[in-house]
Design a protein around this ligand. Structure first.
Ligand code: NCD
Ligand code: ZN
Length: 346
């Protein structure tokens, strides 16, 4: 029986670190096991210019534990006013690794996102020219579209037309949650990648809604039916280089989750590697965990895989905190509803 597993150090290709006291509390949780992460720019106000990204990167570096080797990979938040030249300079200098597209109103702090996709056409063309990847939150926001259908409709109405109109544009479908997302990504060729979160491999929509409402399982895109979760499990465990880990670990204080209008987001930074090892073992795919967490993402982004390694060991159920304390209040750690037997050795 396998009871140790050594992997190239993983990277997280979609992470929310926030700012201020929350940043200082959550950054060490990711830096403990991950070498790099794509940092989401949906602060208030958002990270829209190269200067914003440079200042945010400095605040992240200052929040890391002493001696940490963690590298934040910065992104810009695409708005209808984004300057293609500012973006191109930031990409050429290595300051940013990607640009994030939020449809206006789709999720937390997305009010400055894109409402009219024609307005960002020159920026997308510039990105295709310079090879800068576009990370896409793929949900339509039309009020007549059921929230469980928003991803599938986005692919058809927005994503596919954008890709056809912008040859060469490299796109990451962020946090896919549907079999339509899996199928579209798998057929998209080398210019299309897709991230899958930890929590969407574990929960379906029943976990949010059946037997009492569970705010800590509410995130966006919202978890879908079981058949979609199983499609994500197969994609993650397939070894297909299209699919890689983006945890979308999105901390909100319990006070902000447990409200009549509670925030969307699951906080998984603390126990992600233990959960993923458990999930991949259940699926008989432990030998493909490294592709998902450590190899496919760097390959898509044209970066080397990490040289360092981590080792997971298997034993009695692992103890991990059910919440972390931040200067802003407590943040609940995602509960995978199963004992976890794998832990990252120190
Ligand atoms: C994210 C957040 O809180 O910033 N929330 C979430 O449910 N995933 C935003 C996002 O990635 O949609
Ligand atoms: Zn996110």
């Amino acid at each position: 029986m396998t009871d140790t597993l050594t992997l190239r150090t993983p990277d997280d290709w979609h992470l929310h670190l926030r700012d201020g006291a929350m940043l200082r509390a959550v950054a060490p949780e990711t830096a403990r096991h991950f070498a790099r992460a794509i940092i989401m720019p949906n602060l208030v106000p958002p990270v829209v210019t190269a200067a914003d990204a440079a200042a945010y990167r400095d605040r992240i570096m200052a929040a890391l534990p002493e001696g940490s080797q963690f590298t934040p990979l910065m992104t810009l938040y695409l708005t209808e006013e984004t300057d293609p030249e500012d973006l191109a300079r930031a990409y050429a200098s290595g300051l940013i690794t990607a640009v994030k597209l939020y449809p206006a109103g789709a999720t937390t702090n997305s009010a400055s996102g894109v409402a009219n996709f024609d307005k960002v056409r020159p920026v997308l063309e510039k990105m295709a020219e310079i090879g800068c990847p576009l990370c896409v939150h793929g949900e339509v926001v039309d009020s007549d579209i059921d929230i469980f259908d928003r991803e599938a409709v986005f692919i058809e109405r927005v994503l596919d037309p954008i890709r056809r109109a912008t040859p060469g544009l490299r796109v990451v479908m962020e946090h896919i949650t549907t079999m339509q997302g899996v199928e579209y990504a798998a057929e998209g060729g080398p210019e299309l990648g897709a991230t899958i979160t930890t929590h969407h491999l574990v929960i379906n929509r029943n976990h949010i809604l059946a037997g009492g409402i569970k705010p800590h399982y509410y995130c966006l895109p919202v978890a879908k039916r079981e058949e979609h979760r199983l499609a994500l499990r197969r994609a993650a465990a397939s070894g297909d280089p299209t699919f890689f880990l983006g945890t979308d670990s999105a901390p909100h204080t319990d006070a902000n989750k447990l409200l009549p209008c509670g925030c969307a987001g699951c906080f998984t930074a603390t126990n992600t590697m233990s959960i993923l090892a458990e999930v991949f073992e259940q699926d008989g795919a432990l030998d493909r965990l490294e592709s998902f967490t450590s190899l496919n993402g760097p390959k898509f982004y044209g970066l080397p895989a990490n040289e360092s390694t981590i080792t997971l060991t298997k034993g009695d159920p692992v103890a991990y905190p059910d919440h972390i304390d931040t200067g802003d209040g407590t943040v609940t750690v995602f509960d995978p509803m199963m004992p976890l037997h794998w832990q990252v050795a120190d």
